[in-house]
Write a protein that binds this ligand. Structure first.
Ligand code: ASP
Ligand code: MG
Length: 411
């Protein structure tokens, strides 16, 4: 088999852990598999590099930031290749550009546009283990780019697609994907499998175990992902198109995102083109808006509320001041002390009652719901920040997520 493995920053956090990864890779290689390994920067290296640049200036050039940040992964590939070689096998480390990874010409969050796999195939055919630096590529102008924080997952999946790997294993410091955050809900359960769509929602809604773009890429190229722990041999979670046993689960997971802030604009004139104006002005400033709720019209005006990430609150408030003048609204409010809790599950599509069950669980704990948004496979509620943990626990209990059998057929 041709196996792509990805090890995150914690898994290669020090020399001992790098040797541990080398042993795991070499064991698989000796079983007769072709091996390609993607690694992140060691521990908090990327954060430390960013801090260092900020000590010099608040406004570093994006090109040089990518040059700087890409060095973290370069340290990891060299050390891992050294560790693998010391165990015997032939190995070669490659930076993203050397591995043929081409990206858009955007710094700090480039998307992969193409992978020239000729070098990769040649090295694999020569019997070598390949170690590739995650999170980086080369743009048309010949400059190094990075893929956005957490981007090494995406590198691994894209490489797996480019060499038609049989399997893509994502190694991390937890045993797999859980029904919710085990630090908040002690009886959170590890899922044996989950669909791409569910994983995508969970990843977007705050589950940090997989990067959303990696999941998107895996779905497009239909590459099953195996999320597992680099410190033990426990089976992890398989992410794929369909989940056999758990297909009938109504709800698969509960997430919470505290990096949200809520904004409301009052007295927005009820005329065509006004919502366009509001959200165009936000988009023009690169502010990404998540939930949007518009109240029904009264006396010719509406209220429009929406959420943004907390990092963009300041920019959003400045923009709102302008919006109010342009559209002739009467005022605005904001609240950063909110959290978004969500329940996710492919089985809720066509299952009436999930929304009622969600709201009922929150009501029983006297948790007030500020905003609601839904899709086919998720229900998200904005609540008070301080009630997030209580909400996660009650929802996890209400949907019996600690048990593996909370499905339609057994309910
Ligand atoms: N080292 C990069 C980061 O910390 C990429 C990654 O870990 O996937 O964001
Ligand atoms: Mg990292």
């Amino acid at each position: 088999m041709l196996i792509v493995q990805k090890y995150g920053g914690t898994s290669v956090g020090d020399a001992g852990r790098i040797k541990n990864v080398a042993r795991r890779v070499v064991n698989k290689y000796r079983e007769g598999h072709q091996m390609m390994v993607v690694v992140s920067a060691m521990g908090d290296t990327t954060d430390d590099l960013i801090k260092l640049a900020r000590e010099i200036t608040n406004n570093p050039s994006p090109r040089e930031m990518d040059m700087l940040m890409s060095t973290g992964e370069q340290v990891s590939i060299a050390l891992l290749a050294i560790a693998i070689k010391s165990l015997g096998p032939d190995v070669v480390s490659l930076t993203g550009p050397q591995a043929g990874i081409k990206t858009e010409s955007i710094h700090s969050r480039a998307r992969i546009t193409d992978i020239d796999n000729s070098r990769l195939i040649a090295e694999l055919e020569a019997g070598k283990i390949i170690v590739v630096a995650g999170f980086q590529g080369l743009c048309d102008s010949g400059d190094i780019t990075t893929l956005g924080r957490g981007g090494s997952d995406t590198t691994a999946v894209a490489l797996a697609a480019a060499v038609k790997a049989d399997m893509c294993e994502i190694y991390t410091d937890v045993d797999g994907v859980y029904t919710t955050d085990p630090r908040v809900v002690p009886d959170a359960r590890k899922l044996d499998s989950i669909t791409y769509d569910e994983m995508l929602e969970l990843a977007h809604l705050g589950a940090a175990v997989l990067h959303p773009r990696a999941v998107e890429c895996a779905k497009i190229y239909n590459i099953p992902l195996h999320v597992r722990c680099s410190f033990n041999d426990n089976p992890g979670t398989i992410v794929k198109e369909e989940c056999d046993m758990e297909k009938n689960l109504i709800v698969t997971g509960v997430t919470c995102n505290k990096n949200v802030a809520k904004l409301g604009i009052f007295g927005v004139p009820d005329q065509p083109g006004v919502a366009y104006m509001v959200f165009k002005m936000l988009a023009d400033r690169n502010i990404s808006v998540d939930m949007i709720v518009q109240s029904s019209m009264r006396d010719g005006v509406n209220d429009i509320s929406f959420t943004v990430s907390q990092d963009e609150l300041r920019k959003s408030l400045e923009t709102i001041e302008e919006i109010i003048k342009v559209v002739g609204a009467t005022g605005y409010t904001h609240n950063a002390h909110v959290a978004m809790v969500s329940v996710v599950g492919a089985g809720m599509n066509g299952n009436p009652g999930v929304a009622a069950m969600t709201f009922g669980a929150l009501a029983d704990e006297e948790i007030n719901i500020d905003m609601i948004s839904t899709s086919d496979i998720k229900i998200s509620c904005i609540i008070k920040n301080g009630e997030a943990e209580k909400a996660m626990n009650v929802l996890h209990r209400r949907f019996a997520l600690a048990e593996a059998t909370n499905c339609n057929c057994c309910a």
